[in-house]
Design a protein around this ligand. Structure first.
Ligand code: NDP
Length: 461
């Protein structure tokens, strides 16, 4: 993927191209050693040439320069005591990237790989994803380089409490509303919410989303990202006369997004033949038994390798990255960033994949995306396809402020409507700006336009 214009070489396009190249060069110079952040910005900038050429106001008002600079980046110490009495120290982050259209909103990730680059790439993507949902939420993201694996319940709780003791200074229901992400599920949100409430008082339900149903959570939030990804892919297939029904699906990961993508794909008549965790993948030609995966990962917190003990016809392979060698019609990467590289993209294409739907954030490298596009594979980009989670988070905020609870079916129906709308916005923007059928370009342009226009309206702030 390059910034080089393909169709239009007029003066405005050349100017816009120079603008994009300058902004990107400055970004790399000012943020060295942040490769994931560079990658996320590059992916968006590469799509924006047609709109920047058509609308010079964005360049005149330095919209890109402002967009790529977070409004605020907070880092903090998170000290906690492990079960042996040893004091440990992690680093916490919150990036409050852009609040042009609403309070900052975005998940918290607890994983040893977390650093400023990862948090900034996620926060930057979140700005456009949140705009696409049609809800009034800005972009943010946070987390810590804490590894929840192998930690006791007590250690997880003490870590979450220490993390929130500092984070609470910067968040609030109208200011910044975190949720879960890798390593932060219902259990962690519970501990984080408990500590926020204890420090701040009252019952500030709207400060976090992904809460348990008993204390202010929304029905269908747990399912929303995985379901939403499959709803989006389903729309994309339908437009080509194809269907999820009867397809063969491979899904990476076995966490929150993967489990409910698996469930929805199976409900729509697909056979999911493989899933993974960070240590390896399981292949089950009879169809992965989602209930087993759910119990192993959500309740017992075991490795996916345990699956084959209960389903001896299945096979376990101790290398998660090789999951994409299993032939499939639909590939749903739902684990982590850059899990499909050029080599895996070539393998998927050679094996006849028809559609790729990104449940995870930035799971395909730029080179992999380029190969999918060149080969005419239907490609559902993360910021559109996995926006269902944050969309239902916004519905959770709405329910909290209205003090009411919608039923599962009501929320699920709203989720389907939102995913359909994101699909149509992406198609329309791609068409309008000369890249018909390119959902990546369409999603990037549609999200950008909403945020950029709000920034123009609000002046230089
Ligand atoms: P979870 O922590 O619930 O699950 C993550 C899954 O991915 C686990 O199976 C984990 O394996 C696996 N995984 C993590 N790191 C790696 C790695 N380096 N290589 C291979 N597998 C790995 O997280 P979520 O399901 O919530 O998040 C998954 C992705 O979806 C992330 O990219 C996240 O940003 C994105 N996302 C999540 C949303 C949500 O609502 N939760 C919303 C939108 C996007 P193991 O069990 O071994 O750790």
């Amino acid at each position: 993927m390059s910034f080089v214009p393909t169709l239009d070489t007029d003066n405005n396009s050349s100017k816009a191209l120079r603008y994009i190249e300058d902004v990107y060069a400055q970004l790399v110079a000012r943020n060295p050693q942040e490769p994931e952040f560079h990658q996320a910005v590059k992916e968006i900038l590469a799509s924006l040439l047609p709109i920047l050429a058509a609308e010079p106001k964005y360049q005149n008002q330095a919209i890109l320069e402002r967009l790529v600079e977070p409004e605020r980046m907070i880092t903090f110490r998170v000290p906690w005591t492990d079960d042996t009495g040893k004091i440990r120290v992690n680093r916490g982050y919150r990036v409050q990237f852009n609040s042009a259209i609403g309070p900052y909103k975005g998940g918290l990730r607890f994983h040893p790989s977390v650093n400023a680059s990862i948090i900034k790439f996620l926060g930057f993507e979140q700005i456009f994803k949140n705009a696409l949902t049609g809800q009034h939420i800005g972009g943010g993201k946070g987390g810590a380089d804490f590894d929840p694996k192998g930690k006791s319940e007590g250690e997880i709780m003490r870590f979450a409490q220490s993390f929130m003791t500092e984070l609470q200074n910067f968040i609030g229901p109208d200011q910044d509303v975190p949720a879960g992400d890798i390593g932060v599920g219902a259990r962690e949100i519970g501990y984080l919410f408990g500590q926020y409430k204890r420090i701040r008082g009252g019952y500030p339900a709207g400060v976090l989303t992904g809460k348990g149903i008993l204390y202010g959570g929304s029905q269908a939030r747990t399912e929303a990202t995985g379901y939403g990804t499959v709803y989006f892919v389903s729309e994309m297939l339908k437009a080509k006369g194809l269907s999820v029904n009867g397809s063969r699906v491979v899904i990476s990961g076995s966490g929150n997004v993967a489990i409910y993508a698996m469930q929805k794909a199976a409900q729509l008549g697909a056979k999911v033949v493989a899933c993974s965790d960070s240590a390896g993948y399981v292949y089950d030609e009879n169809g992965i038994q989602m209930d087993t995966v759910r119990r192993l990962k959500e309740v017992e917190r075991k490795r996916i390798s345990e699956y084959v003990k209960e389903h001896p016809q299945a096979t376990y392979f101790p290398s998660s990255s090789q999951i994409w060698t299993i032939p499939c019609d639909i590939a749903l990467p739902c684990a982590t960033q850059n899990e499909i590289d050029e080599k895996m993209a070539r393998t998927l294409i050679a094996n006849g994949v028809k559609a790729v739907g990104e449940g995870a954030n930035m799971p395909s490298t730029l080179e992999a995306i380029h190969l999918f596009q060149q080969a005419g594979i239907l490609f559902a980009p993360a910021k559109a396809a996995n926006a269902g989670g944050v969309a239902v988070s916004a519905l959770e905020m709405a329910q909290n402020s209205m003090r009411l609870s919608w039923s599962f079916n009501e929320v699920d129906a709203k989720l389907q409507e939102i995913m359909g709308s994101i699909y149509r916005q992406s198609v329309d923007a791609a068409q309008q700006y000369g890249q018909p059928g390119n959902l990546l370009a369409g999603a990037n342009i549609a999200g950008f336009k909403m945020v950029a226009d709000a920034m123009l309206a609000e002046g230089v702030v």
